[in-house]
Design a protein around this ligand. Structure first.
Ligand SMILES: [Cu+2]
Length: 110
């Protein structure tokens, strides 16, 4: 099992109006990963605890950004965005539930 727990992330799903969790005053960076042409924009990204990752679906079809360990599952209809705020160091795999070949990894360091 992964070292991530469900509590490790504040996950939010953007549906129409973007949900804004408490990360607005986080000191970390804010990184955007575009999804297009059936791929995540990066296959691997290294982050720090306190960073926020935002996925943007620029593709023509619906995708998800889903943690392999179930920590989060962000539904991303066409044109939608969704973010997670990373708090726990570790490595995890993210995939798309609709297209299991779409995979990327996040490494969160202290
Ligand atoms: Cu997909």
């Amino acid at each position: 099992m992964s070292r991530f727990s469900r509590r490790a992330f504040l996950a939010t799903v953007a549906s129409g109006a973007l949900a804004r969790p408490s990360f607005s005053n986080a000191a970390g960076r804010y990184l955007v990963i575009d999804i297009d042409k059936m791929k995540f924009g990066v296959s691997h990204i290294e982050l720090k605890a306190g960073d926020t990752v935002r996925w943007r679906n620029k593709d023509l079809v619906r995708h998800t950004a889903t943690a392999r360990d179930g920590s989060f599952d962000i539904d991303l209809p066409r044109g939608e965005e969704g973010s997670i705020y990373l708090v726990t160091p570790g490595k995890m795999e993210v995939y798309c539930r609709f297209h299991p070949g779409m995979i990327m990894t996040l490494s969160i360091v202290e």
